[in-house]
Design a protein around this ligand. Structure first.
Ligand code: FES
Ligand code: FES
Length: 190
């Protein structure tokens, strides 16, 4: 463990640092160089190569992971900053053989071609729908505008994200089941 300054902040001058975090629900402990990015540690030291690197400048979004539920560009973050974090990569979304609804919706919409950009788009969509399950088309477009795709022209990805909203709503309110408003006697049309 590195020494701390008077404010309780860990002070690291150079060399290596020990990091402990959770990745996809598994505890991970690595010793890495202090200068390494989180994306490099995830790919090269933890071996999760689903996190892709496009620009390494924070522009393309391919390297997006979830940190404590928020979409973060892992090429712009030092691994040392992720000490203690709860990280989700694309490998952690599916439940066994069952896709996450956003993955399923993107698959159904044939959203991607080469799929190099797909981890970033999917995780960005997951973060959006976690905080706004009823996101509109404009809100989806706005949120995904920071991710770049070189193949599709984007419409199929936007269609996939819109399908994910539908799919997650159906999962939350299966046909024949009352919605939360109906169950509580609230009118949903007012
Ligand atoms: S590789 Fe991180 S934003 Fe492009
Ligand atoms: S599908 Fe090829 S970069 Fe997006």
């Amino acid at each position: 463990m590195s020494p701390q300054n008077e404010q309780g902040v860990r002070v690291v001058i150079g060399g290596t640092i020990d990091i402990e975090c959770t990745i996809n629900g598994e505890p991970v402990a690595v010793e890495t160089e202090v200068r390494r990015s989180l994306s490099d540690v995830i790919r090269h030291e933890v071996g999760l190569t689903g996190t892709h690197l496009g620009c390494e400048h924070g522009v393309c979004g391919a390297c997006t992971v979830l940190i404590d539920g928020k979409a973060v560009r892992s090429c712009l973050m030092l691994a040392a900053q992720a000490d203690g974090a709860d990280i989700t990569t694309i490998e952690g979304l599916a439940d066994g053989d069952e896709y996450h609804p956003v993955q399923q919706a993107m698959h159904d919409a044939m959203a991607f071609q080469c799929a190099f950009c797909s981890p970033g788009f999917i995780l960005t969509t997951v973060a959006l729908l976690d905080r706004k399950p009823d996101a509109t088309g404009d809100e989806i477009k706005q949120e995904l505008s920071g991710n770049l795709c070189r193949c599709t022209g984007y419409q199929s990805i936007l269609d996939g994200a819109a399908k994910a909203v539908e799919l997650m709503s159906e999962t939350a309110n299966p046909p024949g089941q009352p919605t939360a408003d109906q169950a509580s006697g609230e009118r949903s049309d007012v």
